[in-house]
Design a protein around this ligand. Structure first.
Ligand SMILES: NC(=O)c1ccc[n+]([C@@H]2O[C@H](COP(=O)([O-])OP(=O)(O)OC[C@H]3O[C@@H](n4cnc5c(N)ncnc54)[C@H](O)[C@@H]3O)[C@@H](O)[C@H]2O)c1
Ligand SMILES: O=C(O)[C@H](O)[C@H](O)COP(=O)(O)O
Length: 380
């Protein structure tokens, strides 16, 4: 069996070698010629899997995408060909949720204010939106959810309309898939008209797909409204963000919100499970065995953990400032954007770091503070 896999997908060798020969390829430049003998194709979001790419691949039985988004896959064509497909829903939801939380702590610090007390609006209450809400609620923030699809399905959580959310939230975090048609289409959901309805001092963060915000309109709005602060992990026209937009953004990263080591491992592992199922083979590998132990654990002496100390703790697993600085140095070319992604140090999730109160100390952290950290996701 021949497996063609994106070279930037970790743990492929460890999980798929038992199925046959693996050929690693550059997913962005993958050609039909490289895929034509493949039985299995493993991709990430940068590979467009459509008729043009796989028409000649007559042996292909399985396409796996180690991603949440599936907008790069022509699902109808795969179905028509009878090729099994699996993505990895939820694999990097925790990573995105923690990214959103840390990014807002960083923004608050930079603005000389506190995140505490802000109202967070989450647009799209699926896997990543829910993971982000979990972090914000663990920190005691009020969260407003907008997801008309989940609302119509009878999800028991409380929902607001987008207009209501925009009117009430201090921070808006976007977590929707990109869709171009239908009553809930998200392409340019934040167009110029909607961007102009943002209330004063709104913080807007996009960790889903660049085109959910009209980036040209965002430039126009930002040029006259410095009160609006923006965090972008995803960009219209990736891998070539619009250069004028970058200096107008407070924190800029190259589509790495989902790039935790755990999230990446989960993504590849979910494809391994899907292929085992398709081939009716018993999985022999385990996800936990793939992940290295985190080098540190943290003893807390502080009686109370203020926001600045909380941010320092979060920086032990992920220092967003490093990615932002690197982005500004080398986003200018498509190769630069992709190299930033390729060489991004896969950060760990909060769960990799065990946090305990130093019990033999009069200044030991309060149980409320330890409980909050554990609710955020840090281990016991
Ligand atoms: N930056 C990254 O690294 C990164 C990582 C993971 C996912 N993503 C992107 O984020 C998207 C969301 O991921 P997810 O795992 O939460 O997906 P999901 O499918 O679990 O959730 C998406 C939610 O959005 C809702 N939705 C759809 N249209 C909407 C609209 N118009 N208004 C409000 N809600 C709407 C859906 O009902 C669903 O509940 C993915 O499709 C992917 O494109 C980006
Ligand atoms: O859709 C997803 O899961 C995310 O956007 C994911 O983080 C994309 O990462 P990539 O496949 O491009 O490495």
């Amino acid at each position: 069996m021949k497996i063609v896999a994106d070279e930037n997908m970790p743990y492929v060798e460890a999980l798929f070698a038992e199925f046959g020969q693996i050929e690693f390829v550059n997913g962005r430049t993958l050609t039909a010629e490289q895929v034509k003998d493949a039985d299995v194709l493993l991709v990430r979001s940068v590979t467009k899997v459509d008729q043009a790419l796989i028409e000649a691949a007559t042996k292909l039985v399985f396409v796996g995408s180690a991603t949440i988004g599936t907008d790069h896959i022509d699902l109808d064509y795969l179905q028509q060909r009878g090729i099994a497909f699996s993505s990895a829903p939820g694999c990097n939801a925790t990573a995105v949720g923690e990214f959103a939380f840390i990014a807002l702590l960083e923004l608050a610090k930079r603005q000389g204010t506190q995140l505490k007390g802000k109202v967070i609006g989450i647009v799209g209450a699926g896997n990543t939106g829910t993971a982000a809400a979990k972090c914000f609620e663990a920190y005691g923030l009020q969260v407003i959810l907008c997801d008309p699809i989940k609302q119509a399905e009878g999800d028991s959580r409380q929902f607001a309309s987008l207009d209501e959310l925009i009117a009430k939230a201090d921070v808006i975090s976007l977590h929707v898939p990109i869709t171009k048609v239908g009553p809930h289409k998200t392409w340019y959901l934040f167009d110029e008209t909607r961007l102009n309805t943002l209330k004063p001092n709104t913080w807007l963060m996009n960790c889903c797909r660049g085109e959910v915000i009209d980036n040209h309109a965002l430039i126009k709005v930002k040029q006259t409204r410095d009160d609006v602060k923006v965090i972008l992990d995803v960009w219209e026209g990736e891998p070539k963000p619009i250069a004028e937009l970058v200096p107008l953004v407070e924190f800029a990263t190259p589509h790495i919100a989902g790039y935790s080591l755990e999230g990446k491992a989960r993504g590849t592992f979910m494809l391994y499970q899907a292929l085992c199922l398709l081939l009716q083979r018993q999985p022999t590998k385990s996800l936990t065995a793939l992940l290295p132990q985190f080098e540190f654990q943290q003893w807390l002496n502080n009686a109370e953990l203020d926001e600045s100390k909380l941010l320092k703790m979060c920086r032990l697993v992920f220092d967003l400032r490093d990615d932002d600085a690197l982005f500004r140095q080398s986003f200018h070319t498509a190769a630069g954007f992709d190299l930033l992604r390729k060489h991004h140090t896969h950060r760990r999730e909060f769960s990799a770091l065990a946090v305990k109160a130093a019990s033999d100390n009069a200044f030991s952290a309060s149980s409320d503070c330890i409980n909050m950290l554990h609710s955020l996701g840090f281990s016991q």
